[in-house]
Design a protein around this ligand. Structure first.
Ligand SMILES: [Zn+2]
Length: 390
């Protein structure tokens, strides 16, 4: 058994509202002890009998960020498309096709190397758990290898074969839906099933059929809904008991109420709002309605090419009307809820010691100092790590 004590923690964010102040359960000058990768105690006294001590004087310790929405298995980039948007071009689902071409042409090692690079970035900015989607292969073989590569990095893998209709099926989209249901899903080892239910992507009928096919194979549902236009995605998500409905930029008042009265988490993606100039400002409404809210990076080469959860926290405050506390909670506790994970996202006895230590006296600096990497160290199961491993 090995033990480590984090002492003199200037600000400790626990997300445990029963033990600390406010929605973040904040404690001052705390000591957190880790034994064998799990949190053994949280006190305000001196530790005794521990193997090693980390003095956190002047620093902030909080749960590692839980990024519940990313698309890391791809090749190439779309910098020119981003540049065109800065000149006024609108974002559409169509740009995904160029990444599909590059991904199909890439070797497994190119795809894995690219994902590792992005995961190392995420780790350096405090992410300790990440969900990774497929969705740039769109053939049985390419979706299958995308999930296998994702599985080498995380247990939270999501089959998103229903990202867009691939070019070769444009004239007969129903045939691609059949391929997903009859071939791609049965061959997939992903934990989650997801559909991009939106204008230019999949219809509500197709979405429901694909999610039901995944569920019948033991996958858990989640959804991309209301990014580009209002639709039935939220209704379908709630009816099927999805863990999360993501994007939600164009949600109606009825959608917001429905999510707030359900177990489905509302996952907002401020990096996408930032990068696509959607100018959505609905975040506050989900919070006011009482929905459980997560924020995630949506890291992908088209609409949100960031791995930084601190950036997403700052963007949620600036663009979506979150308080700093709500944004930090959404990036930790909310992300864990969106992945149905009880072992992470909260710092309490028995939880996993996935931690991020900030070179800052308060978590407020995450939004107050945008674009500055304040992360001193990231810990997975109590161990400081600098390169992403599953
Ligand atoms: Zn997405």
């Amino acid at each position: 058994m090995s033990s480590i004590a984090f002492t003199n923690i200037a600000t400790l964010v626990t997300n445990d509202v029963s033990s600390g102040d406010g929605v973040l359960g904040v404690l001052r000058d705390a000591t957190l002890v880790v034994e064998d990768g799990l949190i053994a105690s949280i006190t305000q006294g001196e530790p005794s009998g521990v193997d090693s001590v980390i003095d956190c004087a002047g620093k902030t310790l909080l749960p590692g960020f839980v990024d519940s929405h990313s698309h890391l298995i791809f090749a190439g980039d779309r910098a020119e498309e981003f540049s065109a948007r800065s000149r006024g071009q609108k974002y559409t689902a169509g740009g995904i096709a160029s990444t599909v071409d590059a991904t199909r042409a890439a070797s497994d090692s190119v795809l894995a190397h690219n994902a590792q690079r992005l995961l190392d970035e995420a780790l350096a900015s405090g992410t300790t758990t990440i969900e990774i989607k497929s969705g740039y292969g769109l053939t049985a073989a390419d979706e299958s290898r995308s999930i296998e590569i994702a599985r080498s990095f995380t247990d939270e893998t999501t089959l998103l074969a229903a990202h867009v209709i691939p070019q070769e099926f444009k004239a007969e989209p129903h045939a691609y839906v059949d391929l997903i249901i009859n071939s791609i899903i049965p061959q997939s080892s992903a934990k989650w099933i997801d559909v991009f239910c939106d204008q230019g992507a999949f219809t509500p009928e197709q979405t429901e059929a694909i999610l039901r096919a995944g569920i019948s194979r033991g996958m858990l549902p989640r959804i991309h809904a209301n990014q580009l236009s209002a639709g039935k995605g939220v209704e379908i998500a709630v009816a099927l008991g999805a863990a999360s409905a993501d994007h939600l930029s164009k949600s109606t008042a009825a959608d917001i109420e429905l999510l707030a009265s359900s177990e489905t988490v509302a996952t907002l993606l401020p990096g996408a709002e930032f990068s696509t100039h959607l100018e959505s400002n609905l975040g506050r409404k989900f919070l006011d309605a009482g929905a459980t809210v997560a924020i995630a990076s949506d890291c992908n080469p088209g609409s949100s090419y960031t791995t930084s959860m601190p950036f997403c926290i700052a963007a949620a405050v600036s663009l979506l009307g979150f308080t700093v506390e709500e944004a930090v909670r959404a990036a930790t506790f909310g992300g864990a809820k969106a992945l149905l994970r009880e072992d992470i996202g909260t710092l309490a006895v028995g939880k996993k010691a996935d931690l991020v230590l900030l070179n800052a006296p308060s978590y407020i600096h995450l939004a107050y100092r945008p674009g500055v990497n304040l992360v001193h160290s990231t810990y997975k199961s109590g161990r400081a790590v600098t390169s992403w491993q599953k």
